[in-house]
Design a protein around this ligand. Structure first.
Ligand SMILES: O=C(O)CCC(=O)C(=O)O
Ligand SMILES: [Fe+2]
Length: 354
C-alpha cells in the first residue's frame, strides 16, 4: 500500500498491522472487488531532499496523492484534535447551530447542506481559517477573517487545540512546498516568497461523516470533486472512505480506496498546483463513500496568498509546451471555483475554498 522509496529508511513499521485494521473496518459487502491504491511515502526526515523530490515528482505526475511520514506533528496533538472534534459533533444540534457557518463560511455546517451541486453530502463539518481581524494588514479581505468558536465553557481548550493543530499542519505543508519546488526544478524556497506562500490562505475543516452513502441516489459522504487550492493534508480516524479516480475520462470510472496509515498524513494536490505546473502535476478527482459507520477526518487546505498571480511556472513551459491556463489571481480563481461547485442560496459573494 505504501511504497517507501527512501532506501535509507526501514520499511514503514505500521504497514502490515494498519492494513489489517483498515480491512477490518471496512464493512462493504464485496470486499474482494475493492481496489486499494498504492501511494508513495514521502519521508520528511529524509535529509536527501533531492531523493524526496524525485519521488514526489513521480507521485504528482501519476495522481498527486502521497503519504507523508515523519512529519513531526505529535500524535498527542492529532489525537486531541480528533477527540475535540468528536466532542463538538456530539453536542446537541441546537448547540452546534449556535456557531452556524457565517457569511465568511467559518463555523458549523449541518449534513445535507443544500448548496452543493456534486450530489448530497452526508456529512457535517466545522470550518476555520487563519485567524485575522479587520484591523490587521489584510483589512477587509474575506480570506483572512476572525473564526467562529464554540463556547469555551462548553468545550474548554477546544480553540487552543484547533489553533495549534492548524499551525502544525501549515508547518508541514510549508516543508512539502519546498520539496515540491525541487520536484519542479525550482529553488527550494521558490514558494516561500511573500506573494506565494507568505500569507497563505489556510483553511482547516473538521468532518464527521454519518456513515450512509447511496451513490445510486446521489448521496455520498462527499461527492466527486477536485480540491481547488495548492495542496491538502488529510488526517483521518482510520475508517475507510476516501476514493480517488486517476483518470476521470475512462468510462466506467475506476475508483480506488486510499486507506489511512497510522501516523501518516495523506497529501494531495489541488487545482492551483495543476495550473502552476501546466498540467504536469495532477489534481485528482476524489470522493468519500460512507460504509455504515461514523468517520471523522481533518483536511487542511493550503492555497497561496490571495493576491498571488497563479501562472505557468517558468520550468513548466517551453516553445513546444506553451501555458495551457491563463494567469489568474488566486482569490479570483478560488472564488470562481467555489461558485461553480455551489448553488448560491445564501446570496453571499464570499468564498469558502476547499
Ligand atoms: O474526508 C476525507 O478523507 C477527504 C475530504 C475531502 O476530500 C474534502 O473535504 O475536500
Ligand atoms: Fe477534497
Amino acid at each position: 500500500m505504501c511504497i517507501n522509496g527512501n532506501t535509507n529508511s526501514p520499511p514503514y513499521p505500521q504497514r502490515v498491522n494498519t492494513e489489517k485494521r483498515e480491512m477490518d473496518h471496512q464493512t462493504l459487502q464485496e470486499a474482494s472487488t475493492i481496489n486499494v491504491s498504492s501511494l508513495t511515502c514521502i519521508d520528511l526526515a529524509n535529509s536527501d531532499l533531492h531523493q524526496s523530490a524525485a519521488l514526489l515528482k513521480q507521485a504528482c505526475m501519476d495522481c498527486g496523492y502521497f503519504y507523508v511520514i515523519n512529519h513531526g506533528v505529535s500524535e498527542d496533538l492529532k489525537h486531541e484534535a480528533f477527540h475535540q472534534s468528536k466532542k463538538f459533533f456530539a453536542l446537541p444540534l441546537e448547540d452546534k447551530m449556535k456557531v452556524l457557518s457565517n457569511e465568511m463560511h467559518r463555523g458549523y455546517s449541518p449534513a445535507f447542506e443544500q448548496n452543493q451541486i456534486h450530489g448530497d453530502h452526508n456529512k457535517e463539518s466545522f470550518f476555520m481559517g487563519t485567524e485575522s481581524t479587520k484591523d490587521d494588514s489584510h483589512g477587509d479581505n474575506p480570506f483572512y477573517r476572525p473564526n467562529t468558536w464554540p463556547d469555551s465553557d462548553v468545550l474548554p481548550g477546544w480553540r487552543t487545540t484547533m489553533e495549534n493543530y492548524h499551525q502544525e499542519a501549515l508547518r508541514v505543508c510549508m516543508v512539502i512546498a519546498r520539496i515540491l519546488a525541487l520536484a519542479l526544478d525550482l529553488d527550494a524556497d521558490y514558494f516561500d516568497t511573500l506573494e506565494r506562500l507568505g500569507n497563505p490562505i489556510a483553511y482547516m475543516r473538521l468532518l464527521h461523516y454519518e456513515g450512509i452513502s447511496d451513490p445510486s441516489r446521489g448521496i455520498y459522504g462527499c461527492g466527486a470533486h477536485t480540491d481547488h487550492g495548492m495542496m491538502t493534508l488529510i488526517a483521518t480516524d482510520g475508517v475507510m472512505g476516501l476514493q480517488i479516480c486517476k483518470d476521470k475520462d475512462v468510462k466506467p470510472q475506476k475508483w480506488e480506496y486510499v486507506p489511512s496509515i497510522s501516523g501518516a498524513y495523506i497529501g494531495n494536490l489541488g487545482d492551483v498546483m495543476e495550473r502552476w505546473s501546466n498540467g504536469l502535476f495532477k489534481s485528482t478527482l476524489h470522493r468519500v463513500l460512507g460504509n455504515g459507520q461514523d468517520r471523522y477526518s481533518i483536511p487542511f487546505f493550503l492555497s497561496p496568498s490571495h493576491h498571488c498571480l497563479v501562472e505557468c511556472l517558468p520550468t513548466c513551459q517551453s516553445e513546444n509546451n506553451l501555458p495551457k491556463y491563463p494567469a489568474i489571481k488566486c482569490s479570483t480563481y478560488l472564488t470562481q471555483r467555489y461558485k461553480e461547485s455551489h448553488v448560491d442560496l445564501s446570496k453571499s459573494t464570499e468564498n469558502r475554498p476547499r
